[in-house]
Design a protein around this ligand. Sequence first.
Ligand code: GDP
Ligand code: CA
Length: 322
Amino acid sequence: MLSGGIGGATFTQGLLGCVDDETEITVIGNTADDIWLHGLKVCPDLDTLMYTLGGGIDPERRWGRAEETWAVKDELAAYGAEPTWFGLGDRDVATHLVRTQMLSAGYSLTDVTRALCVRWQPGVRLLPMSDDRVESHVVVDDEESPSGRRAIHFQEYWVRLRASVPARDVVMVGIESARPAAGVVEAIAEADVVVLPPSNPVVSIGPIVAVPGIGEALRTTTAPVVGVSPIIGGGAVRGMADQLLDGLGVEVSAGGVGTRYGARATGGLLDGWLVDTSDADQLDVLEDAGLRTRAVPLYMSDEETTAQLVRDTLALAEEARA
Ligand code: GDP
Ligand code: CA
């Protein structure tokens, strides 16, 4: 499994409910959302995965800790300490303190993530895509800049600006020299099935497959590689991913995203791609692009719909293997 935060975590939780205890699941989490705040290393997607699968997530917000309080955030704001727009909860801060302390002591992010998971027991092996620093930056218009543009951290674009201004481009700072974390390439090579859950194609799956070596591992694995569209109809489900796709000139549709990933047979990343039943008109363009595809309900509204989506995904993988 390659995963961002909410979409990937929801799907993975459903997957855990559909497999037996013997099945080993490795989740390769996006780390290009990571940000240093007030001296702390924050890994939003790894934490969403860890808290969701480990039972510590806030069920309404679907990020951060349940029963969270915000005294640290309020105290920082009282000092005028910037940035004030990022939700750093008191319980959550403990995770970032432990992580930052271990990183300062010389442990890799892979080691730190493993250590944090000892507490959360997510039921999967959670690996960061890379131990190296990679950051998604979004290029936005800026009248005051000589170039007329400015690149800001993805979190500033997403959390402070709520994706309210056009994204002209997305740049993965540090990606060229990033190496896959230990175990990532092997997990893909040795997998029985590789799944791209409904995660943001630009800033969640995009960075993972852009780490040199990971895209290659996907293209060469003997396992079927299947994905689930995060776009239903003409927009992102519970999110703003459409803004980023627009900015990159990708059509905001299940077909647009699927054909952008492309078929492995023609140098792309996927064998199969699921679209929503309401997007059945996209099947032709996907099949023309060499993808095996089906239209099934993609909205993960509760345990049962998520479980059915997981079964449909695994069935598509079996078809692709045949
Ligand atoms: P993030 O890192 O927290 O933004 O999470 P992800 O990248 O893993 O997932 C975000 C994506 O999940 C968004 O682009 C949504 O369109 C998609 N998404 C959220 N809920 C659903 C759902 O129920 N079904 C489908 N198909 N996609 C969903
Ligand atoms: Ca994310």
